[in-house]
Design a protein around this ligand. Structure first.
Ligand SMILES: NC(=O)c1ccc[n+]([C@@H]2O[C@H](COP(=O)([O-])OP(=O)(O)OC[C@H]3O[C@@H](n4cnc5c(N)ncnc54)[C@H](O)[C@@H]3O)[C@@H](O)[C@H]2O)c1
Ligand SMILES: O=C(O)C[C@H](O)C(=O)O
Length: 329
């Protein structure tokens, strides 16, 4: 093995997503089967011991691509030299907590992490924020890292994208592999808009193939948008293995590219495309090539889609205004 290991920093490493994610990173699924990785794990001091336990298990799995594991409780050390940063650790909403309280509590995490990325990460750092509220946490981190190009900060809507593929495949009686050009617009929240108007099933328009507007409006969209809550209700805990899987997909696609004739969904800083205010970290259809993403241009947006995109983007703008008021950006 002659390649220099890629430094992958994972926050919230002792959490449930961390437990599902780290083994897949170490096995080569994040970056490629020939890319050695060095893991840098960040936890809060009380959870460092649990992270050490996970590190022992990683060692015991004897992954040939895993060249080392370091554990930190200091973001400056954890992001030092990071090429890929997966920001998973976040403050969950607890009973009686208002949305504003949640944004403030997470600001206390993502502001210093953005500053640490700015000061210490590698020049080519790519950041994926998974911890909720993911889009606005990504915005806080990005605004606190002014020396890092804004486009390196992304938030995860790949789980929503994958959920949408699964629901559509079930309805149409096809494999997820037959579906292309699925899109998630907006926020990773219940206002998100999963859009099948541009999707294709075996090369044909998905909406026309399904031919069931009532299903799209009353079943597909709410099922995908509220799937996170349904998982919490069923499992008693939020999605973990599927979230980890989506994080793997997000970074793998960003680094290795989207297949010809397809795109993916990523929450990325808007350049004003599709009327989304510049700077908001909103989900778009994107293609990836040579480690860069690009928003798919020129899609026709009808009134139905417009209203849904606007509603989710308004929520993002409200969250941005709230964190601005709190002095986080
Ligand atoms: N974007 C998505 O699609 C998506 C999907 C599922 C879950 N999530 C979110 O991902 C986050 C993590 O989920 P989980 O199930 O792993 O939660 P978890 O509570 O099991 O783990 C979170 C971990 O983060 C750690 N942590 C807290 N503050 C930290 C800090 N400042 N620095 C480093 N680590 C810190 C905690 O100690 C804990 O070990 C949650 O916010 C959850 O809502 C997002
Ligand atoms: O933690 C949540 O609120 C849900 C999570 O973001 C998910 O989509 O599964």
């Amino acid at each position: 093995m002659t390649r220099t290991p890629v430094n992958v920093t994972v926050t919230g490493a002792a959490g449930q997503i961390g437990y599902a994610l780290l083994f897949r990173i170490a096995s080569g699924q994040l970056l490629g089967a020939d890319v050695p990785v060095r893991l840098k794990l960040l936890e809060i001091p009380q959870a460092v011991k649990a992270a050490e336990g996970t590190a022992m298990e990683l060692e015991d799995a004897a992954f040939p691509l895993l060249t080392g594991i370091d554990i930190y409780d200091d973001p400056n050390a954890a992001f030092d030299g990071a090429n890929v940063a997966l920001l998973v650790g976040a403050r969950p909403r607890t009973k009686g907590m208002e949305r504003g309280d949640l944004l403030e509590a997470n600001g206390g995490i993502f502001k210093p992490q953005g500053q640490a990325i700015n000061a210490h990460a590698a020049d080519d750092v790519k950041v994926l924020v998974v911890g909720n509220p993911a889009n606005t946490n990504a915005l806080i981190a990005q605004r606190n890292a002014p020396d890092v190009p804004a486009e390196r900060f992304t938030a995860m809507t790949r789980l929503d994208h994958n959920r949408a593929l699964a629901q559509l495949a079930k309805k149409a009686g096809v494999s997820v592999a037959d579906i292309k050009k699925m899109t998630i617009w907006g926020n990773h929240s219940a206002t998100q808009y999963p859009d099948i108007f541009h999707a294709e099933i075996a090369g044909k328009n998905a909406f026309e193939t399904v031919n069931d507007r009532a299903w799209v409006e009353n079943d597909f969209i709410p099922t995908v948008a509220k799937r996170g809550a349904a998982i919490i209700e069923a499992r008693g805990a939020s999605s973990a293995a599927s979230a980890a899987s989506a994080a793997i997909d997000h970074v793998y696609t960003w680094v290795n590219g989207t297949p010809e004739g397809d795109w993916t969904s990523m929450a990325v800083p808007s350049d004003g495309s599709y009327g989304v205010p510049e700077g908001l970290i909103s989900s778009f259809p994107v293609t990836c090539k040579d480690g860069r993403w690009e928003i798919v241009q020129g899609l026709e947006i009808d009134d139905f889609s417009r209203a849904r995109i606007d509603a989710s983007v308004k929520e993002l703008a409200d969250e941005r205004d709230a964190v601005r008021k709190l002095g986080l950006i």
